[in-house]
Ligand binder design. Sequence first.
Ligand code: GRF
Length: 192
Amino acid sequence: KRIAIFASGSGSNFQAIVDAKKKGELAADICLLVCDKPNAYAIERARNENIPTFVVQVKDYPKKEDYEFAILTQLRDYEVDFIVLAGYMRLIGPTLLEEFEGKIINIHPSLLPAFPGKDAIGQALAAKVKVSGVTVHYVDAGMDTGPIIAQRAINISESETRESLQTKIHEIEHELYPSVIEQLLTKSGEVI
Ligand code: GRF
């Protein structure tokens, strides 16, 4: 299978997926990074790994539909058959959803359906929950609403800070996401 990764930021999950591939833990071909932020560090990571990057900005297109069509054209050119969102900070619109129905997944730093949307870590800390976590889910038209594939819980300590929780979440994500991708693409069984 040929996968494209979409990112808007640091791309540590992108890196974890690439590293899993290098270690032989992932069979998929990572053929494209799609990035909507020209200064994102993810772009540099892709360059270092010799992975082609499509940098694309919504503001350069008259409508979001046109923006997504530009992405779709690239995905077709690269013969992508699966999309992995890794810190991509936009909703996926109908143009991409229709062509990639059931073939787009996302990772979110909370136990959905708790704390969807932006700053899930800040939301969890503000709510003073004792447990939060990470969710991998299929993408639908909503904000972090698609069917859940896998979850991992994380205990939040009394002294937890945004930084410490962020670190714990990233550690879990970097292990969980590549393994879920591998399971989804190679096995038909349930993802645990
Ligand atoms: C991750 O925490 C992910 O759950 C969220 O955005 C963050 C992206 O981090 N959707 P990175 O860019 O992969 O480092």
